[in-house]
Ligand binder design. Structure first.
Ligand code: ADP
Ligand code: MG
Length: 704
């Protein structure tokens, strides 16, 4: 059949000779490969490198595959428990090792040519300080020299089902080779000539050829670079385009005036000078809300960087223009803290502020609803309770959402629906997100960063101690308490080992109670199994300073503010993730006193655990910590990444390829600024590839 002639990359792989419907079904269910194009873009995950030759004396126990030129000096059969094995002594100029066979011994023994040079290749075993290869690939040097060698062999991911069905790596290689041979000439470029020249990228067709069948390490690196760039470029093109489209399509309220209230507050009530970072962020927000477009901005600022004041000033921008504002927090404790802070800041300004949470009584609730609808209530602060249907604003101008990851995107959208136009949205998060990750996950949002702490903060001193030092830690706690400070002691609570964890918590509580006896010391305990009212009661005792020690699971993680607490002891710290450790540490260092964080762990630490603890000891910079976290865990485990395209990336890795990512994003921005609809002739290749991706792939499905 002359199928080859009509083959098109969009066709299902059954058009490739040798791929039956059965095989195609399996390739689809196991690897998601459906079309010829899918197969062509199924990249190897590693390569067998036959470009280098090893010398026996240089072999290392951790070397995996080796290629060696040498001679066999003798062959013998060695008896073992069951049957025997064939062992050849193999020698090069530098040393000796063994080649071993368990199967086909007779045939191999006859075929081996003693004293003649061979090229031997295989997986290196290291045992009793000597090296061996079992069932090596072998070729006489004389033969080897005659052949054209494919020196780097691609290895593709496979599954047991595929292997059992006879779909070997060799077979996949053969299929792909066919495709490449056939389509090399026709493979069209997907980037513009300018981009290719500017970044000295390999051409698309050569990149595809070399990613599968690289001629050298260097070519492979170039191919990988090109394909990573391309992948990140199109992801960024999508995000940046979405952002631009939203900006031009979704109208927002215009806050024209920076009016009397804002100015009065700024002149008379501001309790401190804003940091430069706070000023910059405020400027960004003011520009947004005056533009006529809808603001959708993410404000990142580490714990204690002063996001609250930015939020409050932003609400004043709305109020000055006749709009209402709302601040939503993930927990009742936090909503309360915001409420108290806002009341204090706005005292004497004639602004009505209320709080709405689950525990607000019906009668009070009704009044709030009324005043919200008639417009006499200016700022409403609350929890999820704000999202109930009964909560209707007269004219909500801005919604500020603290710690967005606790709220779903859908819930946010619900807020929008209450107006004619969507209120401006400012999402605040204390979880630092590495820049490259933010670009990829929130690339369609505007991002502001407060990257500066208010002046005069004392850096929290962090140490790592082993469990065996607990007594001296207790002593330290006593000294701090004697100075009037308060102490947190936090225990891990991991769902999988919940029962054990509660036991640890209770045991810990008991031993602390013994070491810090009442009535001299008072201890609070808070954990997830308590009733909310009890939790709140205990929390309040600590906030008021009635208790000196707070023993808790991670429930205290988000936002709690007790400036007098200056010591954070984290038990089994090796079990916490980096971002969690960082969040926990952020609970202290909020007052004027020197604060401390003590990380307790057992002696048994994994490499990753060690890195986490060391990172915490070395730095308090949330962004640096987040970078390490991204490198350790990869983007998939970090917050907010689940719905984003970065998890579908085939070849690029936002943690490792940050330079390429930044270049790709900047390029996408430049291209779209100059040619928003990709209509220019020089962007023709970009447009066609982009359109194709939008149609075919999951990543692109959310573009309009
Ligand atoms: P977060 O970003 O964690 O929400 P907050 O807004 O609660 O931080 O601010 C932390 C503390 O720093 C508060 O006590 C606040 O009053 C104070 N603060 C904020 N900005 C400044 C500033 N520019 N100068 C001095 N103190 C500030
Ligand atoms: Mg805050």
């Amino acid at each position: 059949m002359p199928i080859a002639l009509i083959l098109n990359l969009d066709y299902p792989i059954t058009y490739i000779s040798g791929i039956s419907v059965q095989r195609a079904t399996l390739l689809y269910s196991e690897l998601g490969i459906k079309s010829c194009n899918d197969l062509l873009n199924f990249f190897p995950f590693r390569y067998i490198d036959k470009t280098t030759f090893h010398a026996i004396k240089d072999l290392q126990p951790n070397t995996s595959e080796v290629q060696i030129v040498g001679k066999i000096t003798q062959v013998k059969s060695v008896a073992q428990k069951r049957g025997s094995r064939l062992v050849a002594t193999f020698q090069d100029r530098s040393g000796t090792m063994e080649l071993v066979w368990f199967k086909g011994q007779k045939w191999i023994k006859d075929a081996l040519k003693i004293g003649q040079p061979y090229v031997v290749y295989g997986k290196l075993n290291h045992y009793n300080s000597s090296y061996s290869i079992a069932h090596p690939e072998m070729e006489l040097v004389s033969e080897y020299k005659k052949k054209l060698q494919t020196k780097m062999q691609p290895i593709y991911h496979s599954t047991e089902k595929l292997t059992n069905a006879g779909v070997s790596n060799k077979l996949i290689r053969a299929y792909i080779q066919k495709l490449i041979q056939q389509f090399y000439e026709e493979t069209t470029e997907s980037l513009s000539e300018e981009i290719i020249n500017d970044f000295k990228l390999m051409k698309k067709r050569d990149a595809l050829l070399n990613i599968h069948f690289p001629k050298s390490q260097e070519n492979l690196a170039k191919a990988q670079h090109r394909l990573k760039f391309e992948e990140l470029f199109f992801l960024q093109l999508q995000l940046v385009r979405k952002k631009l489209v939203n900006k031009s399509k979704i109208k927002g309220y215009v806050f024209e005036n920076v009016g009397p209230i804002f100015n009065q507050f700024y002149a008379e009530k501001l309790p401190f000078n804003l940091t430069n970072a706070q000023k910059r962020v405020l400027k960004e927000i003011r520009k947004d809300v005056a533009s006529g477009a809808h603001m959708n901005r993410l404000l990142q600022g580490d714990v204690g960087s002063g996001k609250t004041i930015v939020a409050v000033l932003t609400t004043l921008l709305a109020i000055d223009n006749g709009f209402q504002a709302t601040i939503m927090a993930p927990t009742e404790i936090l909503a309360n803290q915001h409420y108290i802070a806002v009341l204090e800041l706005l005292e004497g300004l004639n602004i009505n502020v209320e709080i709405l949470t689950g525990s607000v009584r019906t009668k009070k609730r009704r009044t709030i609803h009324e005043n919200l609808e008639n417009g006499t209530l200016h700022i409403l602060i609350g929890t999820h309770a704000l999202l109930e249907d009964k909560v209707v604003f007269k004219n909500l101008g801005i919604a500020i959402i603290d710690e967005q990851h606790r709220f779903g995107v859908k819930q946010r959208a619900k807020l929008w629906a209450k107006n004619n136009l969507p209120p401006h949205i400012l999402v605040m998060t204390a979880t630092p997100i590495p820049r490259t990750l933010a670009m990829s996950v929130y690339g369609d949002l505007d991002i502001s960063v407060i990257d500066e702490l208010p002046p005069g903060r004392k850096e929290i001193k962090t140490v790592h101690r082993f469990d065996s030092n607990r007594l001296s830690v207790f002593k330290f706690m006593k000294d701090e308490i004697a100075k009037g400070r308060q102490v947190y002691v936090v225990y891990p609570l991991i769902q999988e080992s919940e029962a054990m964890d509660y036991k640890d918590l209770m045991d810990g509580y008991e031993s602390i109670s013994r070491a810090f006896p009442s009535p001299k010391f008072q201890i609070s305990i808070v954990h997830g199994k308590m009733k909310p009212a009890d939790k709140d009661f205990e929390m309040q005792r600590f906030v008021k300073g009635e208790t000196q020690i707070m023993v808790a699971t991670t429930v205290i993680e988000v936002g709690v503010n007790v400036p007098n607490a200056s010591v954070m002891v984290i038990e089994s710290a090796e079990r916490f993730g980096l971002s969690q450790l960082h969040q926990l540490r952020g609970r202290v260092g909020r007052g004027a006193d020197q604060s401390y964080c003590i990380l307790l762990s057992s002696f048994k630490l994994s490499e990753e655990g060690k890195t986490r603890l060391k990172t915490m000891v070395d730095t308090t910079d949330g962004f640096k910590i987040a970078e390490v976290d991204l490198k350790l865990r990869g983007p998939g485990n970090l917050m907010g990444t689940q719905q984003s395209g970065i998890l579908n990336l085939k070849i690029a890795d936002v943690a490792k390829d940050s330079k390429i990512l930044v270049a790709a994003r900047n390029t996408a921005i430049t291209v779209l600024q100059e040619d928003p609809n990709l209509e220019k002739k020089e962007n023709y290749s970009i447009r066609t590839s982009f359109a194709k991706m939008n149609k075919s792939s999951k990543i692109w499905s959310n573009i309009s």
